[in-house]
Structures are given as C-alpha cells and as structure tokens.
Design a protein around this ligand. Structure first.
Ligand SMILES: [Zn+2]
Length: 119
C-alpha cells in the first residue's frame, strides 16, 4: 500500500483526504473519511475536490467527514444567502414592469444538499 494516496481527479496531484463513494441504489455521492481499501465505485479526493464535489443531476451529496462538514456549513450559508437574495429579488414587486415567468420566480432547485446531522 502506498503511504500517500493521491486525489483521483485528472491532473490533480494533491494528497487524498476523503473518499467518494457512489451509492447507486440511493443515488447518493457519499464523501467520507479516506477509505482504508480502494473499492470499486470509490474515488479518493483531495480536500479541494471533496469540498467542491457536486452530485450528478438527481443525485445528492452526503458528507460524513467532520472537516468537510464545516466547509459544507460555510458554503451552505453562502448558498442560502445567495438563495435568499434571489428570492427577495423574485418577490420584489415588479416596479419596472418586468414580471418573472411562472418558472422564473423560484429558479433552479437542482442543488439541494444533504446536510450532515449535527453532532
Ligand atoms: Zn484533487
């Protein structure tokens, strides 16, 4: 076994800190602590790639690592802020006469995230 495992992303040479596992049955991309054994459907990721991971459409990202959870919380609050801005924007009376279409009001909902349970 090699002492340092590398991120499995192309052109990324950073050491892996997390393992991504695709759970096809649940359509979940699970990011957890570095797996002891390399397994099929598992991909080692560096911190950067683990944090930036997005699930394919229709899948959800589930994060288990405490470190990653911190980052997720931080990113999520950013996302929530952006979402809140977008909602405020959409909810604003159309003073300028521009009315959002039926689908324009809420925007995309494709990026819901599974948040780690506190504790
Ligand atoms: Zn990487």
């Amino acid at each position: 076994m090699s002492p340092v495992r590398r991120c499995s992303r192309t052109a990324c040479a950073l050491p892996a800190v997390a393992t991504l596992t695709y759970v096809y049955a649940d359509r979940a991309a699970v990011v957890g602590p570095l797996a002891v054994h390399a397994e099929p459907h598992c991909y080692d990721l560096c911190e950067d790639h683990a944090n930036r991971l997005t699930a394919p459409l229709g899948w959800e990202v589930v994060r288990h690592s405490p470190e990653a959870a911190d980052v997720v919380r931080k990113r999520s609050s950013d996302d929530l802020e952006a979402l809140a801005d977008a909602v405020r924007e959409a909810a604003r009376p159309a003073a300028g006469g521009i009315v959002a279409g039926p689908d324009g009001a809420t925007g995309r909902r494709g990026h819901l995230r599974a948040l780690p349970t506190p504790g």
